[in-house]
Design a protein around this ligand. Sequence first.
Ligand code: GLY
Length: 419
Amino acid sequence: MTSREIRRQFLDFFASKEHKIIPSAPIVAKSDPTLMFINSGMAPLKDYFLGNQQPPSRRIADTQKCLRVTGKHNDLEDVGRDGYHHTMFEMLGNWSFGDYFKKEAIRWSWELLTEVYKLPKDQLYVSVFAGDEKEGLPFDQEAFDEWKKYIAEDRILAFGKKENFWEMGEQGPCGPCSEIHVDLRSEAERQAKDGKQLVNADDPNVIEVWNNVFMQFNRRADGRLDELPAKSVDTGMGFERLCRAVQGASSNYDTDLWKPLIGFLESFSEIKYTGTYPEVDANWSMTDIAMRVVADHLRAVSFTIADGELPSNTGAGYVIRRILRRAVRYYYSFLNLREPVMYRMCPILAEEFSDVFPELKSQVDFVVKVILEEEKSFLRTLESGLKRIDALDLVNNTVDGKQAFELYDTFGFPSTLPA
Ligand code: GLY
């Protein structure tokens, strides 16, 4: 199945369960003062959970553009170093607003994964909320009992608040959740070690693919939990991870979603992409990381600009500028590229997503122009900044605070670049 087919199957499945399919909201959270960017499928739907607005239907599904680079959900540091975190990603979601609850959410997620996508049942594990004494929250017996209908008891694992109580931010709707994890190791590895021990243990091949949140509370600014007016369901499935699992790829970057971008970087830099990762390959290569970072950041920057946020020196625009500059540093330092690159990749991306996010294709000339100007200007800054650093002779000298801040400002996110 191609990624387009996988996305389509998700939407068709939930349409057949009487869900209204809605388009993705813009990636910038303009109307929510608690968020800078949309960080999950439910974020644009927050007011429906809180009862502040009526949803267009009590059942909704979509694929939402998300960006996790600030606040409670921030995956920036992992991008490129592993094969399953991204700054910008798609979250497939289905929602019930005071309509169905745990029973249907669990049944449908199992049906979709095992009957439509045909993921092998013996490679799946599920988790339920173990409860939390401090918050006065019990073990999620109801979810456990529902899962027992589909999967052996020893594959239903209980985890605490960190893993199984989902919150959108410091404030906002939240609730216990039940995750589905897939073991994508080889047959031999699966025989040698029980996958159960690797769930939630940062194994690159045993990964969470879907989260079913049972929205019951609103976290107030003072930290207290209020009951929501209705019990609702919020699910989030990482589309890139799902594609990896369905396509049997060894990482998200080896799916048809990323290959065109990585392929472009390979031919433009004349460096071969070998698909190595620090956490699994002793001989991992920095050029592989750089290609993944550039491809990832291109998506974050392009979609955000197409959604109306221009790079700037304040707020969300500043974050976008920093992400773009971070990508430039990677291709400059590790792919030896001295001219703008990302603007050339933007049309490839626009074409790839023309059916689902046409807003990029319809504005591609504009987005290309903005990215090109940013790349040109930062490459100039980089060249002159590096000359200044050479002149400072940091091996033999120290810099004062003012100079240190100037350097920080020039290079952006310095601590996140590997030595
Ligand atoms: N809202 C569910 C998730 O982001 O995992």
